[in-house]
Design a protein around this ligand. Structure first.
Ligand SMILES: C[S@@+](CC[C@H](N)C(=O)[O-])C[C@H]1O[C@@H](n2cnc3c(N)ncnc32)[C@H](O)[C@@H]1O
Length: 344
């Protein structure tokens, strides 16, 4: 069944057989107030104004990714810094078109409910400002702050005239330089995969939001194809959908929802994983810090590193990343060759 190729989640495949094929590409999983280890999922076909929902209990994920506590080659702050030192040169023109298109971005931002131009928004790991360009369609640029740890990425954002009124600052997603209860919306797209401690980053999202504020985190999803899994595990963090839900729920968020996204020419295929594969949202139900208390940071960037080890990690991580430059091209060719309506 086509859906099993799309989702990689066996149980979802079984339950979603009743849903019409045109609904396969995007689903929304709703995990309201239910234990993260056994979330209730309401599958909502991604058709505007459609509320055809199914409730199901997932047994488990199809594949076990490496635990978040064992970071991959580039899932480190220093490695990510140097990775983006070079990637920033081609990011907007070579990397984004294969993984993160304007229509995907707009779909992914929809659940953030950017419904008032006066909203105060932080775009964390905002990089070159590609997602910020989607945010400022709905929100006054003066109210938007782009934060990133890479000055090279931010320099590209500074060069975009549409973003000239946004605040642009360097900072760490796991230790945000914003006061508690500060923003109406927290957006982060394509950054979590580099955070050594994603739970801490999501806890920070919770802290900086005002009561009733909404976080929208867009990120990768883990592949089920063994070759893709190998390269994903070598490169960076590709969380499973249930990991996102668990992190959001543990951080204290309510009304946690997950919407699947992907490039159009993938025809909903998810087995190779996706660099931008889902948009997860949650609402802050009480003011103040996250109820989840964490120990000291996992990674101290001030600590000296062994230069040889560091360089090896960077090179191996970058080589693994190259595989993911090729996957969208391969899928694009398949989309062109295989007749429309057939699974690819
Ligand atoms: C794939 S880019 C996404 C950029 C942008 N959000 C977009 O949608 O195009 C990932 C960004 O996350 C940033 N990043 C990685 N780790 C970070 C951290 N710990 N704190 C802040 N930014 C981080 C990188 O520097 C990079 O600019």
């Amino acid at each position: 069944m086509a859906f099993s190729m799309l989702s990689g989640a066996k149980h979802l495949a079984l339950t979603c057989r009743d849903i019409a094929p045109k609904d396969f590409g995007f689903v929304c999983l709703d995990f309201n107030g239910v234990s993260a280890s056994l979330p209730r999922m309401a599958i909502v076909p991604h058709r505007r104004n459609s509320r055809v929902a199914k409730t199901l209990v997932p047994k488990c994920s199809v594949s076990a990714s490496r635990p978040a506590s064992q970071p991959r080659f580039i899932q480190h702050k220093k490695e990510a810094f140097w990775f983006y030192r070079f990637l920033s040169l081609i990011y907007d023109h070579v990397i984004n078109p294969g993984h993160w298109t304007e229509d995907m971005r707009d779909e992914a931002l929809e659940p953030a409910e950017l419904n008032d131009r006066r909203l105060l928004v932080v775009d964390v790991g905002g990089g070159t400002g590609f997602t910020t360009l989607g945010i400022i369609k709905h929100v006054d640029p003066k109210n938007v702050t782009i934060l990133d740890q890479s000055p090279h990425q931010l320099e590209k954002a500074r060069q975009k005239k549409e973003l000239k009124e946004c605040k642009i600052i360097e900072g760490d997603a796991e230790d945000l330089p914003f006061p508690t209860d500060y923003a109406d919306r927290y957006v982060s797209a394509g950054s979590i995969e580099y955070w050594p401690d994603p739970q801490r980053g999501i806890g920070e999202a919770y802290r900086v939001l005002k009561l009733g504020g909404k976080a929208c985190l867009i990120g990768p999803v883990y592949p089920t194809h063994p070759v893709s899994r190998f390269f994903a595990d070598a490169w960076m963090l590709f969380p499973k959908e249930e990991e996102y839900i668990e992190w959001f729920t543990k951080a204290g968020f309510k009304d946690v929802q997950l919407k699947r996204i992907g490039p159009k020419w993938y025809r909903g295929v998810r087995r190779h994983g996706l660099i931008m594969g889902c948009s997860v949202t949650g609402v802050k139900p009480a003011s103040g810090d996250s109820p989840l208390k964490l120990g000291p940071k996992a990674e101290d960037v001030k600590k000296p590193v062994d230069p040889l080890k560091f360089l090896t990690r960077l090179i191996l991580g970058a080589l693994a990343a190259t595989y993911y430059v090729l996957v969208p091209i391969y899928m694009w060719i398949k989309d062109k060759i295989v007749p429309k309506g057939m699974p690819i």
